[in-house]
Structure formats: C-alpha cells, structure tokens
Design a protein around this ligand. Structure first.
Ligand SMILES: Cc1cc2nc3c(=O)[nH]c(=O)nc-3n(C[C@H](O)[C@H](O)[C@H](O)COP(=O)(O)OP(=O)(O)OC[C@H]3O[C@@H](n4cnc5c(N)ncnc54)[C@H](O)[C@@H]3O)c2cc1C
Ligand code: FES
Length: 256
C-alpha cells in the first residue's frame, strides 16, 4: 500500500560536494518497507522541477520511525533538495516498487555511485536473517563512494576505484574477490556495471537481481514512461521493479 506523508528532516549530512544524506522522521508509525523500494520526493520551491524525483530508501529505523535517503546532486531537483535543513518537511509517496528478495546464504551486493544507496538497508535485512553479505562498492575515486563506513558493521566490505584511491584499482567486476562462490548477487548502479555483473552471474549460474534506474515521472505505473522490455512483455520499472531477476530482462545482457 502506498502512502503520501510529510516527513520532518531530523538529520542532514553533506558528503563531499556530490552527495548528502537526509534522515526523515515519520509523524506516526512507518509501514513495512522492503530493501530496494523507493520514494517519490516532492521538490518544493523550484519552478523548473514539476515532477517528483525517485530516490531509493537507503536506511530504515523502525524504532525511531525514520528513513534515510542518500542523494547525489546531479540537476535542479537534487540541487534543490540539497538546500533542505533540519526541521524542514519533505513530502514523500512511498514505499514504491518491488524490492530485493533477500535470498541466499552467501550473497554478494555490488554497488556503484548512487546505486550503493539501497544496499545499506539490504545488508541490514540480510543481517536480520543471520547472513553477513560480501559488499563490493565501486566508484571512479574514493570521494565518489559515500557512506562507506556505514556498511562495515553489516558485512565484509571491499572497494574498487578506477584511480586506485581506495581498494583494488579498476572496475568492481575486476576485483579478485568477485570470483568467490556466491549463491546470490544483488546489484545497483551504472547500467554497464550491472550488465557486467549480470553476465558474470548468468555465466556462473548464480541468481542475480538488478535494480534499474530508468527515468521516471509518476512512479506509480500510470504514465508508462519507465517501461522496460522483459521476457514477459513490457513492464513498468516503477511498479514491477525497480528490482528484476536479470534473466527476465529481455536483451539487457546482450547490449553493452
Ligand atoms: C528507482 C530509482 C531510484 C533512485 N535512487 C536514487 C538514490 O537513492 N540516490 C540518488 O542520488 N539518485 C537516485 N536515483 C536517480 C535520481 O532519481 C535522479 O538522479 C534524479 O531524479 C535527478 O533529478 P534532478 O532534477 O536533480 O536532475 P535532472 O535535471 O532531472 O537531470 C540531471 C541529469 O541527471 C540525469 N538523470 C536524471 N534522472 C536519472 C536517472 N533516473 N538515471 C540516470 N540519470 C538520470 C539526466 O539525464 C540529466 O543528465 C534513482 C532513480 C530511480 C529511477
Ligand atoms: S514512472 Fe510512470 S509508469 Fe513508471
């Protein structure tokens, strides 16, 4: 069930010049949220930004009734969100879409850029099942891998950076530990990264879920602007996804 609620900002952290986090308190009781679900954020006070913006749920704290968002500043909407401060309100439609299945006993979570956002809550959901995932985070430089320390209590965290400033030098898929015998892979980040991870998983016969970040408008399956081709026909990423079994995405692994 979807909700529309004004949340109060109770925490804001700037992470370098590209990223920030917002911690948002629900006025009542948070509903159950799946890892990988997202919110549609209303951007107030901007003439250029008419539509809500989709942002993954980065973390959930039911005891404090808060959820948090990790946002990369890329354009007008996210720039406007970056001006918000503690005490301001933010209107969200949530929780949207279908999340990760949280399956496997030796899972690998692979994130790149802002795609690491949903993986923190996912790692916590695995911990709730008594499973510590391996978490591989990648970026061009270490500055582009925000909130690294937040992951460390929840799994074995490894890094890959293209300039070698943190962890292995190169792409996440070139990391030596990428080849360990995982029984489930979850990935979110740049499409070429998810394709490479998906190809590896299919080659090794490992179930793999990818979280797509198609452009979205309504976020609730009404405008059809986010459709993707699957083996079962066209599906709205906002409603049937954003998390899909990679083998169900028609043509996804074929094109580089
Ligand atoms: C399901 C979902 C979950 C997301 N989760 C997060 C998250 O947790 N944190 C986060 O920082 N971002 C996330 N995004 C991406 C985020 O929605 C966009 O970056 C944001 O809408 C850009 O808004 P803007 O007004 O700042 O930029 P705009 O002015 O709209 O666009 C600026 C630039 O960003 C590009 N862009 C816009 N939207 C996307 C997109 N969806 N994918 C790739 N490029 C895009 C545009 O092509 C343009 O080049 C998510 C997207 C989806 C679909
Ligand atoms: S964003 Fe409108 S249908 Fe998906």
């Amino acid at each position: 069930m979807k909700h529309i609620t004004d949340f109060t900002i109770v925490g804001r952290q700037q992470l370098g010049s590209h990223y920030f986090t917002l911690t948002l308190r629900h006025p009542g009781q948070l509903p159950p949220i799946e890892a990988g679900q997202f919110v549609e954020v209303e951007v107030r006070g901007s003439r250029e930004v008419m539509l809500r913006r989709p942002i993954s749920i980065h973390d959930v704290d039911y005891s404090a009734n808060t959820l948090s968002l990790l946002v990369q500043i890329v354009g007008n909407g996210t720039r406007q969100l970056a001006t918000l401060n503690g005490g301001d309100t933010l209107n969200l439609i949530y929780p949207l879409g279908h999340g990760f299945s949280v399956l496997g006993n030796n899972p690998l979570l692979v994130g790149g850029g802002a795609g690491i956002a949903p993986l923190l809550y996912l790692a916590k959901c695995y911990n709730d099942r008594g499973v510590r995932p391996t978490i591989l985070l990648g970026g061009r430089t270490k500055e582009l891998i925000p909130v690294r320390e937040a992951f460390e209590p929840y799994g074995k965290v490894l890094y890959a950076t293209e300039d070698g400033s943190l962890g292995e030098k190169g792409l996440v898929t070139q990391h030596p530990l990428f080849t360990a015998p995982y029984d489930h892979i979850c990935t979110c980040g740049p499409t070429p990264m998810m394709k490479a991870v998906g190809r590896y998983a299919v080659e090794k016969g490992i179930p793999c879920e990818v979280s797509l970040e198609n452009m979205m408008a309504c976020g609730i399956g009404a405008c059809l602007c986010c459709v993707t081709n699957t083996v079962d026909g066209h599906k709205c990423v906002c409603k049937e996804g954003p998390v899909f079994d990679v083998t169900k995405l028609a043509g996804f692994l074929e094109n580089k």
